[in-house]
Design a protein around this ligand. Structure first.
Ligand code: NAG
Ligand code: NAG
Length: 553
């Protein structure tokens, strides 16, 4: 293993197991999962796994409706071995510098280490610092929730506004929505991320500065969108409060840049820090989760961390052939690199999880949308999938047509919790929801052939239109209930799935150089928009657009 890149190979296509899988794919072009169930009465037992959470709850992962047999499965596991997934995983949990392009550790597992066991980066135990921030979050969230934290006119906080973008927004938004059942009725959470002034303006419309608390979430406290939104929020606040010293009661920072935080007017006592080894898309477990802790209470936040930790333990200790997130990642590689699939659909049959696919988009695509290996070579194979999704049953009425009868292969994950938090109408809604969850994966797999369609009396010319090819793969994830612990586990499942994909593709899943160029160009263009002159130093299209914009603005 090369100590600087944590890898002993260049291109995944050179691994023997990759070649074996190519052969298998060719030989098994007509593999039918429908048929595989007929041939093997134990297929469900063989390819489904139960994850045990720390609180005794369980999540069932059914991989059996995927386009695999025992030999493909074994070769995929072998591919993970040859690619060194286990070694890289162990390096992750040891705090080694696996963010190779920046020579940094990637250590979000430490943020959910609730075991009182040391975890170290560069020989330093980071747990005292992690625990001290958690204690600070506990004390602060308690005092906002119990009303002992007061605004500048002595009133209790009723609205919390998190201002952040990317990882400082997507996680908190998704988790507060998912855990809304656990919130207090008299405390609302809002999120402002977009630089579009509409986002801030529409949220502030309904709010009272006396009872509003702003959390400014930016690691460097220099993120352009966040600081611009924060300054505008401060202006809105001061218009009413008219007193600089009141800022400290209404603004706190989730950041590491004390100098900038103090300059803004925030009391450094109300600054919540996190370390350089916390990447944005893994930061909901850190101080960035403060809005979550305030909204659902610290105990629920802690249960959320413990749920993720249970998956960390599983990922670290389970052998690859029983390792649930690793299997998820391997299936993704199987479809992406051998079947030529371009996408990965995640459809939660759960309204609380309606932002989950949006959250996973950053996790998956910012991590694995790369085309250079850790050994600095261009890949000659596909990497990051296009992850998309919407909650069901809604999605069934929008894009599921393409899933069932389109020309593309769309591997899909369906997620359902058996127990609803809202069993209204004698649980009828839940039974309808669940029936759709079971029916969709069944329909995608079994399909409907021309014989059946004819037997149902279809007009001959309509027969082909009514045929469903079937054999379309799905993974079903069945939880017991969407609790903080379940949600933590589900997120960690997708984190480690993404990690496994990146390890096999031999890319650095932890940097994101691809977001830089657009930012740099925008900075150059912004002053040109304020300047009255004609712009002529870009390509003709960009010039034309800018000049038209200036005429119309
Ligand atoms: C509210 O929470 C804070 C922080 O934990 C605590 O110091 C305070 O005593 C609590 N107040 C009440 C009224 O419970
Ligand atoms: C890896 O390094 C990049 C560049 O410094 C940084 O932006 C990113 O957050 C790091 N990733 C993690 C997971 O720490």
């Amino acid at each position: 293993m090369n100590p600087n890149t944590f890898t002993s190979f260049d291109l995944a296509t050179n691994l023997p197991a990759w070649k074996a899988l190519e052969q298998e794919f060719k030989q098994k072009k007509d593999f039918s999962v429908r048929q595989a169930f007929k041939d093997d009465s134990e297929r469900f037992e063989k390819f489904s796994f139960t994850l045990d959470n720390y609180d005794g709850s369980k999540i069932l992962f059914d991989f059996s409706k995927n386009l695999i047999d025992k030999s493909i499965f074994d070769n995929l596991v072998q591919l993970a071995r040859e690619a060194g997934v286990e070694k890289l995983r162990d390096a992750l949990f040891k705090g080694e510098h696996i963010n190779t392009t920046e020579d940094r550790a990637v250590y979000h597992p430490a943020l959910r280490n609730q075991d009182d066991k040391p975890m170290s980066v560069d020989g330093k135990n980071v747990m005292p610092q992690v625990d001290s921030v958690l204690n600070h979050m506990k004390e602060f969230s308690d005092s906002v929730r119990n009303g002992s934290w007061k605004g500048y006119t002595g009133k209790q906080i009723t609205d919390v506004v998190n201002i952040g973008i990317g990882g400082s927004d997507l996680g908190p938004v998704m988790v507060t929505e998912a855990l809304a059942h656990y919130a207090k009725p008299d405390l609302n959470a809002h999120f402002v991320s977009n630089i579009d002034g509409t986002h801030l303006a529409e949220i502030l419309k309904g709010l009272n500065p006396e009872t509003t608390l702003f959390l400014i979430a930016s690691k460097t406290f220099t993120t352009a969108e966040t600081i611009t939104n924060a300054n505008s929020a401060k202006e809105w606040f001061l218009k009413k409060a008219n007193d600089q010293s009141a800022i400290a009661k209404h603004f706190v920072a989730l950041s590491t840049n004390e100098a900038e935080v103090v300059k803004f007017g925030i009391d450094p006592k109300n600054m919540f820090e996190f370390e350089s080894w916390v990447g944005g898309r893994y930061s909901v477990w850190s101080a960035i989760g403060l809005s979550v802790a305030i909204y659902v209470g610290f105990e629920n936040f802690q249960a959320f961390l413990k749920g993720a930790q249970a998956v960390d333990h599983h990922f670290l200790n389970a052998p690859l052939e029983e390792n649930i997130p690793a299997i998820g990642g391997l299936l993704s590689v199987w479809y992406n690199n051998f079947h030529g699939a371009q996408t990965h659909l995640v459809a939660p049959f759960d309204q609380y999880l309606h932002r989950f696919p949006a959250y996973l988009q950053q996790l998956s695509m910012e991590s694995n949308g790369k085309s250079v290996t850790r050994t600095s070579q261009f890949t000659n194979y596909q990497t990051g999938v296009v992850l998309f999704g919407e909650p069901c049953t809604n999605a069934q009425h929008s894009f599921f047509q393409l899933l069932h009868q389109g020309t593309k292969l769309i591997p899909a994950d369906f997620i359902l919790a058996a127990q609803s938090h809202n069993p209204i109408d004698n649980n009828k809604h839940q039974r309808m929801l669940a029936s759709n969850f079971f029916a969709q994966s069944e329909a995608l797999m079994t399909g409907k052939d021309a014989e059946q369609v004819k037997a149902e009396g279809a007009e001959p010319k309509l027969v082909p239109h009514k045929v469903f090819s079937g054999d379309r793969p799905t993974t079903s994830i069945l939880a017991q209930k969407i609790t903080p612990a379940t949600l933590g586990a589900l997120i960690a499942y997708y984190e480690h799935l993404t990690f496994t994909e990146g390890a096999i593709w031999n890319i650095n899943s932890f940097d994101q150089w691809g977001v830089e160029l657009g930012k740099v160009l925008a900075k150059k263009i912004e002053p040109q928009l304020a300047d009255p002159g004609v712009v002529d130093n870009h390509d003709a299209s960009t010039n034309g657009l800018i000049n038209q914009f200036k005429q119309w603005a």
